[in-house]
Design a protein around this ligand. Structure first.
Ligand SMILES: *Cc1c(COP(=O)(O)O)cnc(C)c1O
Length: 358
């Protein structure tokens, strides 16, 4: 079975070199030398001021909400992985959904202001598929209304806007380094902020709120291990190669799919993009399901990323978000990953054409 993604694994010998170091030092977790090295290299690679490794991208969001002391309502996107809204509810805040725009599928900044009430404390959008949100407009709105911004940047590793990392916007940005993401540490994530005081708070929250015998605040265990950091060190120097390879696959898909009745997101021309996903949007859900079924019968497992629209979940409520609901119903993500057979885009495209009876 061909899956929508396949985790990249570095040559075993390269990982083994790091294992040897772990065996020598006997330091396996608690912010050891490999975690320190990866944090430094990530900061440099991304060009960000403060970055803390954490155990996954979901706890990164929860730490961000806690560190900003958010209460009440958080305006968020209905078009994201469920972890975005889960973290808001888990931290006892109320998600208020702002519909998306239909070119990049990110939060529609024009629709934010009418959702602001006296209970609103923050805006929490996702750079979905790695497409940057309208960061400048969102900053203006947040400044004008004294709101905080957390960006869920789980999918936007390596993406740049105005020649700077997309993680340099907002009060806090979070990343996921899960095995399905462009850059991974098997499980893992990070929180990023410009604000040194916030970084200090996040540092304490990550590990029980204390340093040695000095106890400063409450905290949780959001640490990552040396084994995870080792995987990250093996993968980090390959990221540009990953992006180039995926760009080639993306262009192949577009070449073979271009005359079919389906839609792709528009990659904004003024950004550096990471090609982390290949979503296509069909005219109806029924057609999408027929395509999904035929591909599955031919050994190709696609995924409905991102379905359902999060405002339709049983544990959320609010106004309808028609753009998000329609996108979520009709979308299918096609396989795109490193070391993918370069004949696959053509094969998958001809199966889609067959399913559409063309
Ligand atoms: C993957 C993902 C997460 C969750 O990250 P984990 O590391 O799996 O906890 C959160 N938000 C978005 C948008 C994601 O894609």
């Amino acid at each position: 079975m061909i899956n929508v993604t396949k985790t990249f694994l570095p040559p075993a010998e390269e990982y083994n070199e790091y294992l040897k170091k772990i065996w020598e030092t006997h330091w396996v977790t608690n912010q050891g030398p490999l975690c320190e090295e990866l944090e430094l290299k990530l900061k440099k690679y991304l060009g960000v001021k403060n970055l803390l490794l954490v155990s996954n991208g979901t706890i990164a969001l929860q730490l961000a909400i806690k560190a900003l002391d958010l209460k009440g309502e958080i305006i968020t996107t209905p078009y994201s992985y469920v972890a975005t809204v889960n973290s808001i509810i888990w931290e006892n805040c109320t998600p208020v959904f702002c519909d998306i725009e239909d070119k990049t599928f990110c939060m529609d900044a024009e629709k934010i202001e009418k959702l602001i009430t006296d209970k609103t404390s923050a805006i929490m959008p996702t750079h979905v598929y790695g497409f940057p949100c309208d960061v400048n407009r969102i900053k203006d709105i947040a400044d004008k209304n004294s709101l905080k911004i957390i960006y869920d940047g789980a999918q936007s590793f390596g993406v740049k806007v105005n020649d700077t990392s997309v993680y340099n916007f907002g009060d806090i940005s979070t990343i996921s380094f899960h095995a399905t993401k462009l850059f991974h540490t098997i499980e893992g994530g990070a929180v990023i902020t410009d604000d040194d005081a916030l970084a200090e708070k996040l540092f304490l929250y990550r590990a029980f709120g204390h340093m040695d015998d000095d106890y400063y605040s409450v905290g949780i265990n959001a640490r990552t291990s040396e084994f995870n950091a080792a995987m990250g060190l093996c993968n980090l120097h390959r990221v540009m190669g990953f992006i180039e390879e995926r760009k080639r696959l993306n262009l192949l898909y577009k070449k073979f799919l271009k005359d079919l009745p389906l839609k792709f997101p528009e990659i904004p021309s003024d950004i550096f993009y990471n090609y982390s996903y290949f979503p296509v949007f069909f005219q109806t859900e029924e057609i999408m399901l027929e395509v999904k079924d035929l591909l599955f019968k031919n050994g190709i497992n696609t995924r409905r990323y991102f379905y359902p629209s999060l405002n339709t979940l049983a544990f959320t409520y609010g106004e309808s978000c028609p753009v998000s609901e329609s996108a979520a119903n009709n979308v299918l993500c096609l396989p795109i990953y490193n070391e993918m057979d370069s004949g696959l885009p053509e094969k998958i495209s001809s199966l889609i054409s067959q399913a559409l009876n063309l």
